[in-house]
Write a protein that binds this ligand. Structure first.
Ligand code: GLN
Length: 475
């Protein structure tokens, strides 16, 4: 097995019988066993995976019709439920919690023949950009293990980059799929809000959260999306979709495509080499016939402040359910109030507590107009910026992250520096639009991601531009 096969290549090796699902699943489990000790990307694996792969091989051999992901191993972020498996959201407060049901995405994957290989590490309750705030210890970046993999889906990104699975699921509330994909050199898609059901995803910030795929190629991400997307009666914000015609990997051109480059995305604090890689990507797309336009997204300067008011407000409300009575960890106090405060005091880590405090403050009487309600208004303006821009351009490109992967520990005790690294990703969540991060070369020897943003439900355009970025450079 090549070190990092794509889903598409695995499916063809099954079809022409050069490998079996049992072999592939066993190989991945072996890789995890050998290399995960250093990286800490995977929190647990499922031994049943090999038997399930055997059942898929038998079904195939007996000529049964197979699902689109038959025999494809997949890793799942620790905040997405798989019935009967631990799901801790990277937190001590859910340390021994066993999921009572499966997320809709997991059910759809299994129905398509995918094999759930295990669960991946993440920042506690998906709050963070480095996967250092996990109760289970930090994940390391496989490209350079002295560096962070990004976050919060850093375990998923590191696992795919290390060849532990051809695909992992992540969740993206403010960049948690795209940024770690960028820092680990893989592909990550944050779908349009509502395109993928959130049922069975631990709620962080319900108006921003979305589940999406992290893969080696854009084509693989598109295939996984075709399985997990679509309406779900269990999530009222999910949308019914017309099936998209698949993007062509080899013959799509950029002729006549209008691509916007926001002035505000090329800022002073940005790494010069990162900027150079993004500019080279722009040149590449231009050579393919794309027409570039400088655009302005003037509300970008308020995006982080807006996000870091709305997100903690919603999170503080969602996390109120972890009270030591219904789920997971519980400390015993003298009375109920003390039980609540001891459970939450001991069970949550520092970043989660910080956001609960901020959220409770911005929602409290006397302050909610000045903070939360004002942030909602600015959110509308940010969405309007994009709506206006998409009248003139088909997609928008820029960097996914202002820097490459930083050293473990470098920003961990400086929340503001950590928040600033989300500058290019949070706007898409506030506006609900899709964003794709694709690798676009190296800076200082580390991966750089190009972010491609599209209008609501405009994923197909993202796939097209992403596919072009993956084609080998013509000499
Ligand atoms: N880094 C961002 C945060 O800390 C995004 C998190 C996410 O998308 N889950 O909130």
């Amino acid at each position: 097995m090549p070190t990092n096969p794509t889903i598409i290549s695995l499916l063809s090796s099954y079809a022409n019988k050069t490998s079996s699902a049992v072999e592939v699943v066993s190989d991945y489990l072996k890789q995890i066993q050998e290399k995960n000790g250093e990286l800490n990307a995977v929190l647990s694996t499922r031994e049943e995976a090999i038997d399930e792969a055997g059942a898929i091989d038998e079904a195939r051999a007996s000529g049964k019709e197979m699902g689109p992901l038959a025999g494809i191993p997949i890793l799942i972020k620790d905040n997405i439920l798989v019935r009967g498996q631990k799901a801790c959201g990277g937190s001590q407060i859910l340390e021994n919690y066993i999921a009572a049901y499966s997320a809709t995405v997991v059910e759809r994957l299994v129905a398509a023949g995918a094999i759930i290989l295990g669960r991946t590490n993440m920042d506690e309750f998906a709050m963070g950009s480095s996967t250092e705030s996990s109760h289970f210890g930090p994940t390391k970046n496989p490209v350079d293990p002295t560096r962070v993999p990004g976050g919060s889906s850093g375990g998923s990104a590191a696992a795919v980059a290390a060849g532990f699975a051809p695909v992992a699921l992540g969740s993206d509330t403010g960049g948690s799929i795209r940024q770690p994909a960028s820092l680990c050199g893989i592909v990550g898609l944050k779908p349009t809000y509502g395109r993928v059901s959130r049922f069975g995803l631990m709620s962080l910030s319900s108006s921003l959260d979305v589940i999406g795929p992290m893969t080696n190629t854009v084509e693989d991400a598109e295939l996984v999306m075709s399985v997990i997307e679509g309406s779900d009666v269990k999530d009222a914000t999910s949308h019914a979709l017309l099936r998209l015609e698949k993007a062509k990997t080899d013959s799509d051109t950029m002729k006549g495509k209008r691509i916007g480059v926001p002035r505000e995305y090329f800022i002073d604090g940005m790494d010069a080499e990162v900027r150079a890689r993004v500019e080279e990507s722009i040149d590449r797309l231009r050579e393919q016939g794309a027409i570039f336009k400088e655009i302005s997204l003037p509300m970008t300067k308020y995006a982080l402040e807006t996000y870091y008011v709305i997100m903690p407000a919603e999170a503080s409300s969602n996390l109120a359910r972890y009270d030591g009575v219904r789920y997971g960890f519980s400390a015993t106090g003298a009375d109920l109030t003390e039980t609540y405060s001891m459970t939450r005091g001991e069970g949550f880590g520092a970043e989660v507590k910080r956001r609960i405090l901020v959220g409770n403050f911005t929602l409290s009487a006397g302050y909610s107009d000045a903070y939360y309600h004002k942030a909602l208004k600015v959110r509308r303006l940010i969405a309007d910026d994009f709506a206006k821009a998409f009248k003139d351009v088909d997609v928008i490109v820029g960097p996914t992250s202002p820097s490459v992967a930083w050293k473990i520990g470098e920003k961990f005790n400086d929340p503001i520096a950590m928040y600033l690294s989300d500058i290019y990703t949070v706007s898409a969540n506030l506006a609900g639009i899709p964003g794709l991060s694709v690798p676009c070369g190296l800076a200082h020897g580390l991966p750089v991601g190009l972010q491609i943003l599209g209008p609501h439900f405009g994923e197909r355009e993202l796939y097209r531009v992403g596919n072009i970025m993956e084609r080998p450079l013509k000499k």
